[in-house]
Design a protein around this ligand. Structure first.
Ligand SMILES: *[C@@H]1O[C@H](CO)[C@@H](O)[C@H](O)[C@H]1NC(C)=O
Ligand SMILES: *[C@@H]1O[C@H](CO)[C@@H](O)[C@H](O)[C@H]1NC(C)=O
Ligand SMILES: *[C@@H]1O[C@H](CO)[C@@H](O)[C@H](O)[C@H]1NC(C)=O
Ligand SMILES: *[C@@H]1O[C@H](CO)[C@@H](O)[C@H](O)[C@H]1NC(C)=O
Length: 346
């Protein structure tokens, strides 16, 4: 009984601070899929068990696509999300860094001894104890910082700082109460920072890596194992001149298609929708189309220039160039991040 208390206590989703133990919980998870008026970036699952998961994700890419960094904070056993490396330990952090010298300059992970997530207004802050990694968001989500104080564990110190330039959104709507947070059945998504001015200053095993560019932050969660929910998944984000883009196009395990497209221009949303969005494979990467109605059709070509991660042919992460604009209008060149999952042949 004494043993069980430590797993039963962290069940208050709206409490200011939630603490997660390092090991998988028992019993049912409470899962949120409908938005509230605030707490945009709060935890969506209390008591993560062996079939549920959530994570906070941060990335940044330089304008020319030659530098990138990704930091992910998981509460996820690998029985629920198959890439975290342990069926019992849930609190993985993953850090990957790309530089002009190497597509995978640095890749490392560690497990935390516990984790605390605090919600303040719409923003959240999290500490993954024992890893040296934490993140810190302002209550209005206008700024986020990932702090890496991990010379001893990860061999990295420094910061990823983001000043938002694009309003938060859910899969099919702006950030407002009563909206669905489901990207597809059993998968939640809340995108606190679709785009930001990012400043990255890191020291990795004694070498400095600094760049500026486009920064992004979101969270995902699910109430059944990820591979039971997802068939295919094509997600990415990038910037083209005044436009900030986020796209998703995929299928659920039964083959039903789901899509989401977001475009903001100079800080205002001009599209956040679940229809009129295509992501299709091309010879050099992927073509993205988002129909913005009266604003026209935004079309962009992403090139898979750098392979940052790959796993058993079912998962890839790329960075690369993004070229496009409103069809018939001015064309821009930028950079983008792109993830693919494909479980249909496994
Ligand atoms: C985990 O929680 C989910 C959601 O409440 C529930 O459906 C599932 O049965 C739980 N899994 C286990 C192994 O208890
Ligand atoms: C992060 O925390 C520090 C110290 O509490 C604070 O000064 C800073 O403003 C915070 N940053 C953000 C983005 O909230
Ligand atoms: C890295 O940058 C910091 C701060 O600018 C500086 O103090 C340090 O000497 C640099 N380290 C290396 C190895 O260049
Ligand atoms: C999506 O693809 C369909 C079928 O090829 C096409 O008719 C439609 O115009 C495309 N829409 C966008 C926004 O790219």
């Amino acid at each position: 009984m004494f043993f069980l208390w430590s797993f039963v206590l962290p069940t208050l989703i709206h409490a200011a601070t939630v603490t997660f133990p390092p090991t998988v919980g028992v019993g049912a998870s409470d899962v949120l899929y409908t938005s509230s008026a605030s707490s945009f970036d709060s935890l969506k699952i209390s008591n993560v068990n062996s079939t549920t998961y959530e994570w906070y994700y941060f990335d940044a890419i330089s304008d020319d696509g030659s530098y990138s960094v990704v930091a992910t904070f998981f509460v996820a056993p690998d029985t629920a999300f198959p890439f975290t490396g342990s069926p019992t330990m849930t609190l993985k952090v993953l850090l990957s860094i790309q530089t002009p010298d190497s597509d995978v300059f640095y890749l490392n992970g560690a497990f935390a001894t516990d984790a605390q997530v605090t919600t303040d207004g719409d923003g959240a802050s999290g500490v993954w104890e024992g890893t040296g990694l934490s993140f810190n968001g302002s209550s209005d989500m206008s700024s986020y910082e990932v702090v890496i104080d991990s010379a001893d564990v990860m061999g990295v110190t420094g910061t990823i700082s983001m000043q938002s330039i694009a309003p938060a959104h859910y899969p099919c709507s702006a950030a407002q109460a009563g909206e669905t947070m489901q990207l597809m059945p059993n998968i939640g998504w809340a995108n606190a920072i679709p785009d930001s001015q990012a400043t990255i200053q890191l020291e990795i095993n004694g070498q400095n890596v600094s760049f500026t560019g486009s920064g992004y932050h979101d969270m995902n969660w699910g109430d059944i194992p990820f591979t039971d929910a997802v068939g295919t998944w094509h997600w990415g984000h990038g910037r083209l001149g005044p436009y900030s883009l986020v796209w998703f196009d995929g299928t659920s395990q039964d083959g039903t298609p789901y899509a989401s497209g977001y475009v903001s221009m100079n800080g205002a949303i001009i599209g956040t929708q679940c229809s009129g969005v295509n992501v299709t494979a091309s010879t050099s990467g992927f073509d993205i189309g988002i129909d913005l109605g009266d604003e026209g059709v935004l079309q962009a070509q992403f090139s898979t220039d750098h392979t940052l991660l790959s796993f058993d042919g079912v998962y890839y992460r790329w960075s690369g160039s993004l070229v496009g604009g409103i069809s018939g209008g001015e064309q821009y060149t930028g950079s983008a991040m792109f993830d693919e999952f494909d479980f249909t042949s496994s």
